[in-house]
Design a protein around this ligand. Structure first.
Ligand code: SAM
Length: 239
């Protein structure tokens, strides 16, 4: 997979080269390039923004600069992702969709965002997603890109040491994952639940499923409503 990010703060994306993502780059599993949007400006001030039509506070990112940048960075197999609080919510399902792509380009907005015609124009040539990472407003799209790239890349084959761990994570079966414990058996007078030390794998699986159901019910009840019909069995329903 190839990932390109266009931003006015390329250094903000340095963490893409750290830890798990850095190792994925070193091992050739992904190729990542970060581009400075100002390389496509045409004036001495290297301006990327202008006043909004219709008035109001803040500035809007100029279409000419973004248009030229995307013309050069996007290719035949590109899916363009534009972070915006006004986008569709980013989900694990979307991360799986992104992980199946050959080429992702992320366009990081700043100020009041990017002139909407940039998105309209790009959508004439490629799939475009306007995506929000949550119901709050950040200063720029860079932090949102770090979130989406990390969630996507960890799903690529060979990136995680143990692929089973992604399959058991929260959201993989529509539920939140239950609690985890490691040694020691008792810490600050708090004991690890006995069932996890029993060695009885059927009981452990049942306990984990119950914990996942309870946690989801308490913290994210709307997830239970979205489960496909038939995904809960009789024992689940007893929880
Ligand atoms: N005027 C915009 C609005 O109210 O919808 C907010 C613009 S925000 C200050 C600047 C940039 O930060 C956006 O263009 C986007 O790239 C990024 N951003 C802010 N919040 C975000 C979120 N929740 N998800 C994804 N990107 C976000």
């Amino acid at each position: 997979m190839r990932i390109d990010v266009v931003t006015i703060f390329p250094e903000y994306l340095d963490p893409l080269r750290a830890a798990l993502l850095g190792r994925a780059i070193e091992r050739g599993l992904i190729q990542v390039d970060v581009h400075d949007l100002r390389d496509w400006t045409h004036d001495v001030h290297r301006a990327v923004d202008d006043a909004p039509y219709g008035g109001g506070p803040g500035m809007v990112m100029k279409p000419q600069v973004w248009g030229d940048a995307l013309d050069q960075v996007c290719g035949e197999n590109t899916r363009l992702v534009v972070p915006t609080p006004a986008g569709r919510p980013f989900t694990q399902e979307m991360a799986h969709e992104f992980a199946a792509e050959e080429h992702l380009v992320f366009a990081c907005g700043r100020y009041e965002g990017i002139d909407q015609r940039v998105i309209t124009d790009a959508a004439r040539r490629m799939p475009v997603d306007e995506v929000s990472i949550g119901d709050y407003v950040l200063v720029g799209g860079e932090a949102a890109v770090l979130v989406m790239v990390e969630a996507t890349v960890r799903l690529l084959p060979g990136v995680l040491g143990n692929p089973v761990s992604a399959a058991q994570d929260s959201f993989s079966d529509g539920l939140l994952e239950g609690p985890s414990f490691t040694r020691p058996e008792v810490w600050r007078e708090l004991a690890v639940p006995e069932v996890l030390r029993s060695g009885n794998h059927a009981l452990i699986d049942r306990w984990r499923r119950d914990q996942a159901l309870e946690r989801t019910l308490l913290r994210r009840p709307e997830l239970l409503e979205r489960l496909p019909e038939g995904s809960l069995d009789k024992k689940d329903l007893a929880v």
